[in-house]
Design a binder for this molecule. Structure first.
Ligand SMILES: Cc1cc2nc3c(=O)[nH]c(=O)nc-3n(C[C@H](O)[C@H](O)[C@H](O)COP(=O)(O)OP(=O)(O)OC[C@H]3O[C@@H](n4cnc5c(N)ncnc54)[C@H](O)[C@@H]3O)c2cc1C
Ligand code: SF4
Ligand code: SF4
Length: 433
């Protein structure tokens, strides 16, 4: 279905193809409604498809996401456009919205691409791979990652030198440089916003040395190092390829910190750090892992037990606020911190530091509507107009929010929220028939 517009009228427009958008689209489609799912990246699956395992069960994230993504992409009632965005959405009346869809060229005919990767081998251009969070390189023509959906090549035209080597190497002649941006007008009866979250940019806290010291990485980068579709075959520090043996986590990096404009708790960082620490103990049994925290927020079902399990495995938990990170000549890192229990300033050495970066709002959704029509909350997440009675309702009747577009939450809560948004959308469709 993806890549073809089967008529210009759909029941629902779902913006964002992460786990929340995908789940909402599936629920609507399984109830007989026609859905157009718009994803700005080259693959659906959002951040979840790039994770290693999930807390607190340590189930493989890809093993859960892949069948779901495949069900979404094969569903007869779902049309998917990747590399696409929504221009504007106008509410004409109840059950009647008009939207502009901007479909960007991929320069590859997806239906004909066999994902053979011969084009990648032929391409002379090397750039950073955004799907591996810059840990490794990729070519200007590339398949986003091995479990991407659709699994097809795409050309990053900004870095392409137009040498034509990929075109010559392609056995199915599916590279097409004549593709252009298309604008499509569609009518829909309801909208679900599932635009997800942004990760806090650690460059905002220069004293942590991210971007300056190569062995200071983010938890999303460590997530890639631990994932089945990982860039290296082991966990290593990017500075020199050494396997680390004294690893530190810095919790609340960019969360609960008004000085960087993000006073709220990101809700997931404590648990994903505890998860990664357990995975690291498995991957590198001789390594020491220390988690520096302000408070451990293990509030969900099974979370406290998961925390205690990490302690039992030998993960060190230090109640301490990191003041500054500096680098030694050998690439190791000195962490200066306040030991909160003892009330003294200490310094310790680690050979790799992982910043547990927080969740920030993605403000894309507000730009889709007339000024101030879609209200945001004080933290710039989508405002939940009836947060207690009907949490997926927004300030516009007929427009619903799913997943982390309304605030930080983990995967099970994102799926629950998508269930709420899709059932509210179905009620709206039936009531206003
Ligand atoms: C390091 C890390 C580890 C984690 N580990 C776990 C874990 O173990 N267990 C757990 O439960 N949770 C975990 N999480 C949290 C989990 O990633 C989120 O709960 C989940 O991804 C939220 O899904 P979502 O669909 O709301 O958002 P996202 O995953 O952010 O998906 C949003 C989608 O919308 C697309 N989009 C955005 N804007 C637009 C636009 N304008 N037009 C079209 N498309 C758009 C994006 O490209 C993306 O595909 C982790 C998070 C991080 C950062
Ligand atoms: S035309 Fe562009 S994408 Fe194709 S091989 Fe040359 S540089 Fe790479
Ligand atoms: S674009 Fe052609 S060469 Fe590249 S993966 Fe697809 S079929 Fe293979």
């Amino acid at each position: 279905m993806s890549g073809q517009l089967k008529g210009s009228s759909f029941d629902a427009l779902v913006v964002g193809g992460g786990i929340a958008g995908g789940e909402a689209a599936l629920n609507l489609a399984n109830n007989g409604f026609k859905v157009l799912l718009i994803e700005k990246e080259l693959s659906i699956g959002g951040k979840m498809i790039l994770l290693s395992k999930v807390f607190p069960t340590l189930d493989c994230a890809a093993c859960i996401t892949t069948p779901k993504v495949s069900e979404i992409s094969r569903h007869a009632n779902i049309t998917i456009f990747t590399s696409s965005e929504v221009g504007k959405i106008n509410k004409i009346s109840e059950n009647n919205f008009e939207a502009t869809i901007i479909k960007k060229p991929r320069y590859v005919v997806v239906e004909d691409c066999t994902a053979c990767q011969l084009c990648e081998k032929a391409c002379p251009v090397n750039v950073r791979d955004q799907y591996q969070f810059d840990l490794v390189g990729r070519k200007a023509v590339f398949i986003p990652f091995s479990i991407a959906s659709p699994k097809a090549a795409a050309i990053d035209i900004e870095n392409c030198v137009l040498c034509g080597a990929c075109e010559k190497a392609c056995p199915t002649n599916c590279i097409d440089f004549t593709q252009e941006t298309e604008e499509l007008q569609i009518n829909i009866k309801t909208v679900i916003l599932a635009t997800g979250f942004k990760l806090f940019d650690p460059l905002m806290i220069p004293r942590y040395g991210y971007g300056l010291y190569k062995n200071v990485i983010t938890a999303m980068q460590m997530e890639r190092e631990l994932a089945p579709t990982r860039p290296f075959n082991t966990v290593l520090r990017p500075g020199d390829g050494k396997v680390p043996d004294k690893i530190a986590y810095v919790l609340c990096a960019g969360s609960r910190d008004a000085s960087v404009g993000n006073p709220i708790c990101s809700q997931i960082c404590c648990m994903y750090s505890i998860k990664q620490s357990q995975l690291l103990m498995g991957a590198l049994p001789m390594a020491d892992v220390t988690i520096y925290y302000i408070n451990i927020r293990s509030f969900g079902k099974g979370f406290e037990e998961f925390y205690q399990q990490a302690k039992g495995m030998g993960v060190n938990f230090v109640k301490g606020k990191i003041g500054k990170i500096s680098e030694k000549e050998n690439g190791n890192l000195m962490l200066r911190y306040e030991d909160i229990n003892e009330g003294v300033v200490k310094e310790t050495e680690h050979d790799m530091v992982i910043l547990s970066v927080g969740v920030l709002p993605n403000q894309d959704a507000a730009k889709l509507f007339k000024a101030d029509e879609l209200k945001l909350d004080p933290y710039k997440f989508i405002y939940q107009a009836e947060s207690l009675e009907s949490p997926s309702r927004t300030s516009i009747d007929g427009v619903f929010v799913a997943g982390t577009a309304s605030g930080p939450m983990d995967i099970p809560d994102s799926i629950l929220s998508a269930g709420s948004a899709s059932s509210e959308a179905i009620s709206y469709l039936i009531q206003n028939k």
